[in-house]
Ligand binder design. Sequence first.
Ligand code: PAF
Length: 301
Amino acid sequence: MSPSALRRPLLVRTRDDLQRELSVLRGTGGALALVPTMGSLHEGHLSLMDRARDLADLSVASVFVNPLQFGPGEDLERYPRRLERDFELAAQRGIDLVFAPDPEIMYPDGPPQVRVEPGLLGERLCGRFRPGHFQGVLAVVVKLFGLVRPDVAVFGRKDFQQTVLIRRAVHDLELGVEIEVAPLVRASDGLAMSSRNVHLTPPERREAVGIFRGLIAGQEAFRKGERSGPSIVESFSAVVSGYPAVRLQYAEIVDPETLEPEEEVSEASVLAVAAHCGDVRLIDNIVLGAEEPDPRISHSR
Ligand code: PAF
């Protein structure tokens, strides 16, 4: 019988409690999966938890709104926080342990002095608009790996650039954690699930779907034989321009590992985008050659 079937999942908020419960869990044996999150869980996160349980015998989720990855003027203060609900949802998904530290517990000596430098990968795409963001992400992810010592960690594909950086950090620093990237989960109209979607007003929420429709237009252009990166981006932008509430920050087609912009694209190329809708920043991406769209979704306005 799996440990999850034997015990009620636990919520721990301190390092000592985390270590105590981890050693109890580890005593039951088996591989351990970690799902790092910033909470306010949605179907996307829950699918990461399902994946974690498929991959490992023991599962830990973290819920921590990491101040280091928010720049000045970004939405740290208003980032949604719903710990009780998150814990219930994680428990329903069979997670064994939820670690939800306060910032003073995560960073007892203040922000860490020694950081992982994301390098060029962190300067591309979102990195151009969010200086320091990926350094903050890597700081907390490496710390969580050190605290939890998972065999595998599961991240969502929506944060495409983040997953590329985390894989690269694990490779470059020999962190010894397997990184699993789970598929992006979309609402029934195609909008990528994000904790920030709760801040969209109803009209903004209706318009936000333009991002997905633009991505589908880009993918369709590729399917019809277009191989020029800029032309595919144009197909994307033409659709998005029909949704005035969506203000594009960038749309680029990049190599899936180096994140270098591509003039000439291939099946593996990724069309990655960021846009503001009202004051909510949304990101999304699509692999040009991948099976993506839900056939129930209408692509026209
Ligand atoms: O993807 C997120 O929610 C965050 O960037 C992560 C990986 C939990 C680090 O804070």
